[in-house]
Design a protein around this ligand. Structure first.
Ligand code: AMP
Length: 216
């Protein structure tokens, strides 16, 4: 069932994903009434009176959506893999903010000791990846300053997002293995999908159409 007073809250990922999501939303008839990129506010009304937008870090988007504090969200697949929640639908790949989650190591890496030391902010993904391969590693959780960790002797390798590879090269690292191809996905709270089905499906349909137009 759906009514005109039904509202949907969409949690968006700040930064480059926001930049690429806003044009798709605009084409889907959802335009924030203020400039989201230059505001300190976290919640925004839109041109669609039934839709409001939140902006936050990507790692927080699945938390808001799974718990129903937002009905829908846009986040990188890396964040969704790391979060690993069961309480979410992932109905749409927007095909934006493409990158790869990779293992990288120094170009002339000395043979690691008994246990490879791997620095990453994606400890959940890395733990699963190395465990599936039966490789013993020591994971070192970092929130930034990843690419410099091998040069400083903190780690033998890193697991990080790679786009052009420029950041790796600038720090004497090279890509070694791809863990996952990443793009931004739309996620939906399971209860919202039932309760607000008509409005959410309409938004998904329009977003899918704008994503398709942008992919050609
Ligand atoms: P690059 O030097 O082009 O390989 O970009 C790598 C850096 O940009 C990494 O430190 C990433 O954190 C960040 N980055 C690039 N693309 C994305 C993306 N689609 N989503 C999130 N972070 C990204």
């Amino acid at each position: 069932m759906s009514s005109a007073t039904e509202t949907v809250i969409i949690a968006l990922t700040r930064g480059r994903i926001l930049e690429e999501t806003l044009p798709l939303l605009r084409e889907a008839g959802i335009e924030p009434l203020e400039d989201m990129r230059n505001s300190r506010k976290l919640k925004f009304a839109t041109s669609h009176e039934q839709v409001s937008l939140l902006v936050m870090r990507g790692s927080d988007v699945p938390v808001y959506v799974e718990n129903g504090a937002a009905d829908m969200g846009v986040a990188g697949k890396d964040m969704l893999l790391e979060y690993g929640g069961e309480g979410l639908y992932e109905p749409l790949d927007l095909g934006i903010a493409h990158c790869r989650l990779m293992i990288a190591a120094p170009t002339q890496a000395p043979a690691p000791g008994a246990r490879l030391r791997v620095a990453t902010k994606f400890t959940g993904i890395a733990k699963r990846w190395f465990a599936e391969q039966g490789r013993q590693v020591e994971l070192i959780k970092l929130n930034g300053a990843l690419e410099i960790a091998p040069a400083m002797g903190l780690a033998d390798a890193i697991v990080d997002i790679v786009d052009t590879g420029n950041t790796l090269r600038a720090n004497g690292l090279e890509p070694r293995e791809t863990i996952a191809e990443i793009s931004s996905r739309v996620i939906v709270n399971k209860a919202s999908m039932k309760i607000k089905s008509r409005l959410i499906r309409a938004i998904l349909e329009r977003l899918a159409a704008s994503a398709k137009r942008h992919s050609v």
